[in-house]
Design a protein around this ligand. Sequence first.
Ligand code: PEP
Length: 247
Amino acid sequence: MIIANFKSNGSKEMIDCWVKDFKSQIQDNVASVGVAPPHIYIDKFYKSISQNDLENIKIGAQDVGAGSGPNTGSISSAMLSDLNCNFSIVGHSERRKNFKEDNALIKQKIENLISFKLTPVLCVGESLSDFEEKKTYTTIRMQLEECLKNISIPEDIIIAYEPLWAIGSGKTPSPNDVNQINEYIKDVVQSTTSNNYTPKVCYGGSVNVENAGSFFKCSNVDGALIGGASLDGKKFALIANKFNRNN
Ligand code: PEP
C-alpha cells in the first residue's frame, strides 16, 4: 500500500486540487492507495474522491485516540469509522516526540482500532543517535514488542519502518538495508503477536518520485508511507504508478 500523510497541511481548496491532480496522473489501481488528510478534512476528502470516481482510495487518519468519552479534543475510532475511514496511522515519530506518546498508549490505540475493524498503520524506527550507535534493531524490537505483545493482529495491519533521521531530511537508508530491516520486522511481529501473523511492512522517509522504484523492487518492502512528496497529487500518483507496476 502507498500511503499519503498530509500531516498538518492542506485546506478545502488544496483537497479539491489534490484529487484532480492525482486523477490526471494515476494509471490504474487506486485500491493500493491510502490517504491520511488532517482529521478535519477527512469528510471533505471523502466527498471529493467520490465526486471524481476515485472512491476506492482508502481514507485514513494520521492518529486516533485510545477510546471515546471524556477526552477533550480527541478523535475516536468510532468517529473515524463513521467518516468512512479504513485505517489510522499510530505511533508516528512526530506524535511520539511532540505529544510524548509512548508504546503503552500506542498499544491501547491499536487495540481500540482493531475493535472497530480499522487497520492500524504502526510506525517504528530508530533515531539518528540509535542509528549511529548501531541500535536500529534493538530499538525496533522494543517498539514492536511493547506495541504488539500478545495482540491478535488483523491480516491487513501495516507496519511502517520510518528511521527518524530519514523523515523530511532528503536522506534514506539504502534499499538493501531497508529490505533487511523490513524482514526483521516481519520476523519480530510474527513471533510477538498471539496469532503469529506476518505483516506487510512499508518504508517511509524521504521517498520521492526519483527513489521510490528502488525501494519497491525489494522483496520485503510492501509499500511506502509518504509525507512531503504526497502533498502534490501528481507526484503522489506517479509514485503509486511505480508501485503498481512492481506488483
Ligand atoms: C513521514 O513523516 O512519515 C514521512 C515519511 O515524511 P517524508 O516523506 O516527508 O520524509
